[in-house]
Ligand binder design. Structure first.
Ligand SMILES: [Zn+2]
Ligand SMILES: [Zn+2]
Length: 337
């Protein structure tokens, strides 16, 4: 029996009668993490990992009906044992483990295998069937160690300071922005954030994650000499806006796994691209899949067919799984408006 099937509302567990990351409102939703393509409003009951509570309430509303589980803690629902395990993707991100009559399935949600200090590291969970993401499921995707990427960002920031211009770094507001703050050298200069990011920074700080001090960029007057020393984190949607012009002379950069593709950076029209992703790269996906010991692998969003073919060559029972997950959180970049 399949413990998870695809339905128009989302991934569905028939014996448990609940959904995982449904894209339409349902009665019971288990949420892997707070990115927009996984956590949507309107469902009657939510279940999520406890460290993600602040994020979900910030994004879906303070008064959602949310039950939380510590990582590794389990509950039973209609005979299905449900537990949540760290996915290493963003604060509170979880893989969902389902056990029913001796059969174990794990739905990964989005995951990353390199620990980054802003969330619990990915934990492989043994299972019979593993539902994996494949956002970067092509052999060309291989990440550099993150320390190298952060050193590159620090150096770019220092060079801009010496040239007397601001450093504007575009990145997604939830997950990526906090990972960058945690990873860079905060002693280089002042750090300013877009208004959409500050509440999320606060949730991370409340969860005990160290982030250097940030100021709301809107509080710094245009022409203030401080701007020439500052690193400014901004969501991609702020590119080309009047909000950006207040910073005067600036260099801009974009941090995303998609920056590995030169065409993406060109379309973005930014000076620099930093290849930094919160998803597993190709070796990371294969390592994670192997660690689960699963004989059967279902592949969701990303380069599904390439990964499915590769897994079949390895002797696994692999298949594509139709979902409506987009990649709002780490998208291959529309031109900046
Ligand atoms: Zn995500
Ligand atoms: Zn996703």
């Amino acid at each position: 029996m399949d413990l998870v099937i695809a339905r128009p509302e989302g991934l569905y567990c028939p014996p448990g009668d609940f959904y995982i990351d449904p894209w339409r409102p349902v009665e019971r939703a288990v949420i892997t993490h707070g990115h927009g393509d996984h956590a949507r409003g309107g469902s009657a009951h939510y279940l999520a990992a406890a460290p993600g509570e602040g994020i979900l309430r910030t994004r879906l509303g303070r008064d959602i009906n949310l039950q939380t589980l510590a990582y590794g803690e389990s509950i039973e629902h209609h005979g299905v044992t449900v537990s949540l395990h760290p996915a290493g993707h963003v604060l509170g991100s979880a893989q969902v483990r389902l056990e029913y009559r001796g059969e174990v399935w794990v739905a990964s949600g989005d995951y990353k295998v390199e620990p980054d200090g802003t969330c619990e590291p990915f934990e492989p969970v043994r299972c019979h069937t593993f539902i994996t993401e494949s956002t970067f499921g092509l052999p060309i995707y291989r990440w550099q160690p993150q320390a190298q990427i952060f050193a590159g960002i620090n150096e770019w920031w220092r060079q801009n300071q010496q040239a007397g211009r601001a450093s504007v770094l575009f990145c997604y507001a939830f997950g990526k922005a906090q990972r960058i703050l945690h990873g860079i050298d905060g002693s280089i200069g002042p750090i300013l954030g877009h208004g959409s990011m500050e509440p999320l920074h606060q949730v991370y700080r409340d969860a005990g994650v160290y982030l250097p001090e940030t100021r709301y960029a809107g509080d710094v007057p245009k022409g203030d000499p401080l701007l020439r020393q500052a690193l400014i984190l901004a969501p991609p949607s702020a590119g080309g806006s009047t909000w950006i012009r207040r910073f005067g002379d600036y260099s801009d950069a974009f941090a995303s796994g998609w920056m590995l593709l030169r065409g993406t950076r060109r379309r973005r029209g930014v000076d620099r691209g930093f290849v930094l992703s919160d998803h597993a790269d190709w070796p990371g996906l294969l390592w994670a899949i192997e660690q689960t010991g699963a004989e059967r692998v279902m592949v969701t969003h990303g380069s599904v067919n390439i990964l499915v073919r590769h897994l079949r060559e390895l002797g696994l029972d692999a298949q594509a799984f139709e979902t409506e997950y987009g990649e709002e959180d780490d998208a291959p970049a529309e031109p900046a408006a």
